[in-house]
Structure formats: structure tokens, C-alpha cells
Design a protein. Structure first.
Length: 446
């Protein structure tokens, strides 16, 4: 039964190796861990009585924080103790600000995916430049008091497919450099969900990693059971480096493949449920969790994962994290959006509009009377189709489509004249600066 499940989740090329390891978990001297624990340094992991504990400056440290570069003072006030970056841009200033706020930092060192084996990893000039750039960053920041650990690549794909030796050679060269220059801080990397093939390849090809970090959203509820189910293959320490709202790839879609996004209020309730029922916080192998995304970023939309608006106002998910981390906001009443209707239809109704036709978008609130609303911002934008060159860039608002606000919670607008996929967004802000968001996809037919 176990082998059948492994076969479903991995390539056939690694099934035999995993089956052998299942029967003999100590093969090749690799043991159950990605690497032997280094019980020294300012930050290190210890194992005692079957439990793993992260130590920082001699004291146990459980990671409770968020991934992103949003306000670190707000993270501290929410009860968070750790932030995660994805690159080293302006890292010195970020580390200094983190130190002032008592926040530890997991520093992301960007590494291209193994998919670029042919175009990147087989080019020694490119890999040498990468090595020198990361080496320079490590030398510059390794002694900063806010540094917690290094994350070498975000989902670099530890592939089992043949023909990727150049990737593994480069990755291990970088890993060895990190441990040589900075023995005081652990090194991890991230993989999406619980991917047994990638875990196996880490054991076989990258044995120097100190722990494994998971990015998990819609499949977070499976993580705890899979960690138990495959503990004979790997039972080392782990970190949840991203968790939060279901991703666009996991959500309902329209007939033209546009993902349907929940309102900020539904996302907050979803986070509360995930924290209470899905995060494997009681696992003796868990070193902590990081919510995603602390700040504002464009991914499918500018609001999908963003815990703050583009202007820095917190959404209700921030209140939810306050509650989870033991710093509830007394008396805070966030704007709660039930849903938005476009000409009486919801986001899942595959809304088709004629070019240039006039329509009304209506917002339905679950709480907060209109007298408490400080601002109501509507925008119509083209759909973001994940084009790689423009990923992370926000689409431009089509201001000429908007007509006027009719009664505070409704907007009359003209459909764009050019055919294609669009969204209408609304952002509600109350007098305390708290925000709620919603959007509805529609398609214009010329």
C-alpha cells in the first residue's frame, strides 16, 4: 500500500531506491536526517527525547512569524519573532530594523531552479558569479545579531530526473561555502508541500542541509499525516516557511481560467481554521511557522496573499495572527466583506460583459455601517496571467472605465472597450486604518 502511494507521488526512476530505503532506512550512512545535527554555534538544532529544538544564543527559540518585508514593528506588536526574506536587496537596513524590533531573520539566498540546468548551471561563468555574489553577502552579514539562518533557494526543485548533476554540484558548492564561512547559523531550503521525491533527493544529493522547510497552502492539512507516514524515510527537523490563503492554483476558476479569490474576511477565517486544525505545531520535529505574505505583493492579484494593502493598511488576517500569537487586539472591529456582486452575479458565475456596456458593482458588508467607512476605492484592471517577464508587477488601473459611486457601496462603471479578461477590485478602509478587500473577475466580449 505504501509503495503504491509512493509510485503515485514520485517518478518511477526513484521508486526502487525509496523502497529499499524504506526497508533499510540507514542505507549509505545517511540515516533519517538530512544532515548530522551541528550542536554548536549561535543558532543550532538539538535533539533530545525524540524532540528537536532550535537554540538561539543558548535559549530555545520557536519560530513564530511571517515571510515578507512588511512593517517589522507591526510584526513585533502582533507577537511575531521572525521574518523571512527572499533576497539580499537592502538586507543590511532590514537586519538593522529587525534587530531594533527584536525580530530574527531567515535570509533568503536566491538560487535559480534546477530547471535551468542547461542554460545556467552548465555555464561556469554564471555559476561562478552566483557563488561570488552569495559569498560576498554571507561574509557581510554572517555576524549580524538579527540573523537566524540562511535559506538557500526558494523551491529550487531537488529533481530526481537524470541530467542535473551540474545543479547539484553548484548547490553543494554553495552549501559548503555557507557552512565554512558561517558555522554559527543553520542552512535550509524550501520545497512545496510534502514531496517525498524531493525529500529523498535531498537525502541522497544534498546531505549537508540542516533542516527542510515546507511551503504549503491548500495541502497543509496533509502535512502532519505525511510527516508521520514517511518518517522512516526522513524524520528530521522541519520549518513551515510559507502558509496562508489557498493559492490561485488551488482555487476555483472561471471558464477562461481566471482564479476566484476569497474576500479578505474569508481569508482571515481560513487562517484561523488552518492554525487551529492544520498546522502540525505539536509535532516534536516542528521548529516553527511563517505566515505568507507579510506586506503587499502581486501574485495573481495584488491582494491574494497580501496581509497588508499596497498603502500599508492591515487586513483582518493581521488581526487573526494577533490572536494566534497571543496578542489579541481588544475591541478591534475589522470591516468584514461578505462578497461583491457585479450586475447581480458573483465571481463564480462566469460574468461576460459587452464591450463598453454600463454595469453596477455592489459590495455587501457583514459588519461596519457606512458611517464608519473612511474610504472606498474601486479599480478595474486587466487580469494577471503569470507572464514571467512581468511577474510581480501590478497591472495598471483602467481609470476611464469608472463612472461614480452611487450610494457608498455600489459603483457604476463601463466595461472596457477592448475584449479580454479583467477584474474589478474594491478596498474598504475604516476610520482606524483597517482594511478589507474583494474582487470579481469578468470577461469583456467585443
Amino acid at each position: 500500500m505504501q509503495l503504491r502511494r509512493i509510485l503515485q507521488w514520485t517518478g518511477a526512476g526513484v521508486v526502487l531506491m525509496i523502497a529499499i530505503a524504506w526497508a533499510f532506512p540507514l542505507l549509505n550512512g545517511s540515516g533519517p536526517l538530512a544532515s548530522p545535527l551541528r550542536n554548536h554555534g549561535k543558532v543550532h538544532i538539538r535533539q533530545a527525547g525524540g524532540k528537536y529544538t532550535l537554540y538561539r544564543n543558548g535559549q530555545p527559540f520557536f519560530i513564530q512569524g511571517a515571510a515578507g518585508r512588511g512593517s517589522l514593528s507591526a510584526l513585533r506588536e502582533a507577537g511575531g519573532n521572525t521574518a523571512r526574506t527572499y533576497d539580499t536587496l537592502q538586507l543590511g537596513a532590514f537586519l538593522d530594523e529587525a534587530y531594533r524590533n527584536g525580530i530574527a531573520v531567515i535570509v533568503g539566498l536566491p538560487v535559480p531552479s534546477s530547471a535551468y540546468e542547461r542554460f545556467f548551471y552548465r555555464n561556469s561563468a554564471k555559476t561562478d558569479t552566483l557563488f561570488e555574489n552569495l559569498r560576498s553577502a554571507v561574509l557581510r552579514y554572517k555576524d549580524h545579531p538579527a540573523l537566524l539562518m540562511w535559506c538557500l533557494g526558494n523551491e529550487p526543485v531537488m529533481t530526481w530526473r537524470p541530467g542535473h548533476s551540474a545543479f547539484y554540484n553548484t548547490y553543494n558548492r554553495l552549501l559548503a561555502m555557507l557552512h565554512t564561512l558561517d558555522p554559527d547559523h543553520p542552512v535550509t531550503t524550501t520545497i512545496p508541500n510534502f514531496n517525498i521525491a524531493q525529500i529523498w533527493m535531498i537525502r541522497q544529493k544534498v546531505p549537508g542541509l540542516d533542516l527542510i522547510a515546507f511551503n504549503s497552502f491548500g495541502k497543509l492539512h496533509e502535512l502532519g499525516s505525511r510527516l508521520e507516514q514517511f518518517s522512516r524515510l526522513w524524520n528530521g527537523p522541519f520549518l513551515i516557511a510559507e502558509w496562508g490563503a489557498y493559492g490561485p492554483w488551488e482555487s476555483g476558476i472561471t471558464t477562461w481560467q481566471a482564479p476566484v479569490e476569497n474576500t479578505s474576511s474569508k481569508k482571515a477565517d481560513h487562517l484561523r481554521n488552518m492554525y487551529a486544525k492544520e498546522l502540525p505545531l505539536k509535532s516534536p520535529r516542528c521548529l516553527g511557522t511563517l505566515a505568507f505574505y507579510w506586506g503587499s505583493k502581486q501574485e495573481a492579484t495584488g491582494t491574494w496573499f497580501s496581509l497588508f494593502t499596497e498603502n500599508g493598511q492591515p487586513t483582518e488576517s493581521v488581526q487573526a495572527l494577533h490572536e494566534m500569537w497571543g496578542k489579541p487586539l481588544p475591541g478591534a472591529q475589522w470591516p468584514k466583506v461578505k462578497y461583491m456582486l457585479l450586475s447581480g452575479k458573483g465571481a463564480r458565475d462566469n460574468i461576460l460583459l459587452s464591450s463598453g456596456s454600463r454595469h453596477t458593482a455592489t459590495l455587501l458588508l457583514d459588519s461596519l455601517n457606512t458611517a464608519q467607512i473612511a474610504s472606498l476605492q474601486w479599480r478595474v484592471m486587466q487580469e494577471d496571467w503569470y507572464h514571467e517577464p512581468g511577474r510581480g508587477k501590478r497591472p495598471v488601473s483602467l481609470l476611464d472605465t469608472l463612472v461614480h459611486v452611487e450610494d457608498g457601496l455600489a459603483l457604476a462603471f463601463h466595461a472596457p472597450r477592448r475584449g479580454g479578461p479583467y477584474r474589478i477590485f474594491v478596498e474598504v478602509t475604516d476610520r482606524e486604518g483597517r482594511a478589507a478587500t474583494a474582487n470579481t473577475p469578468f470577461y469583456v466580449v467585443e
